[in-house]
Unconditional design. Structure first.
Length: 286
């Protein structure tokens, strides 16, 4: 490098030998699989004609809708830059884009629900939404998570980078990976129990999210905290099936309120509160 040679020449001319360290590339964030701890997912970069280089589609197998509503979590800590449906602009549908350190970005596309807001700071492993099949009008796709890692906000597709999970580069083009995205954050489906999947999400500004889940017979509600994690603060969750008594869990909790569950053959009301924000649904999901 010319600048380095000039500096070295100047130092030697003064009769002093100095060490000038080599320039090094910036390190990428420590990304993990974008699903809850210990889940096994199949990633594929070649099963879509719309893919560019190292983009990945994730599924767990089974029927085409088996993964619909499964929890999606942040691959690394960062700041949410996009949390909205993309309309006709592109085929991403409900998209969450997170900016990480060293100008890295992760993209989570086709989400069924979004549990975060633009500008929100998220931690690795935090729930950001649920897997879905949203896209642009007229584009019918089966449920999956489209995931990308980019370095830099411009230059697509040249800025797409290989996905590295838990320190190992993904074995392109197709491989199964086990999530080591394990933290003090919680998967609402795991809180409610086996068979539950997220069917609706209400954001509590940047303080948290209320998740409504269904297992085919019962509904379940969990309010997840995004702030004051580990510190007991006022948090609540409730579920009220039509014609039945409201079930509520309210108190000072470190990570979440709930789960509250009930058989819900008809319409329901649901909601929760944390950090000065609350959500109260109308009678819905009939």
């Amino acid at each position: 490098m010319r600048l380095r040679s000039v500096l070295a020449a100047g130092v030697l001319a003064m009769g002093t030998v100095a060490f000038i360290p080599p320039l090094t590339a910036s390190a990428a964030p420590a990304f993990q699989v974008p699903f809850p701890c210990n889940q096994v997912w199949n990633g594929n970069s070649s099963n879509s004609s719309a893919h560019e280089s190292y983009e990945l589609d994730f599924n767990r197998g089974g029927s085409p809708t088996a993964d619909l509503g499964d929890t999606v979590v942040a691959a690394a800590a960062g700041t949410v830059r996009t949390a909205a449906h993309q309309g006709s602009t592109n085929g991403y549908g409900n998209l969450v884009k997170i900016e990480h350190s060293e100008s890295y970005f992760t993209y989570y596309a086709h989400l069924n629900t979004i549990a975060v807001t633009a500008g929100q700071v998220v931690s690795r492993g935090q729930s950001i939404g649920s897997l879905g099949n949203t896209s642009k009008p007229g584009n019918n796709i089966t449920p999956h998570l489209h995931f990308e890692v980019r370095q830099g906000a411009t230059g697509y597709p040249g800025n797409i980078r290989r996905a590295v999970f838990n320190g190992s580069t993904f074995a392109y083009p197709d491989a199964n990976v086990t999530s080591r995205n394990c933290s003090t954050n919680y998967d609402p489906a795991a809180v409610c129990g086996s068979g539950y999947k997220v069917i609706d999400t209400a954001r509590l500004s940047t303080a948290g999210a209320v998740d409504l889940l269904w297992n085919g017979t019962r509904n379940c509600v969990v309010t997840l905290k995004f702030t004051s994690l580990g510190t007991p603060t006022a948090t609540s969750a409730y579920l009220e099936p039509a014609g039945a008594v409201r079930v509520t869990d309210s108190g000072s909790f470190g990570h979440y309120a709930g789960p509250v569950s009930a058989v819900s053959p008809n319409c329901i009301k649901w909601g929760g509160a944390h950090g000065g924000a609350s959500y109260n649904s109308p009678s819905e999901h009939c």
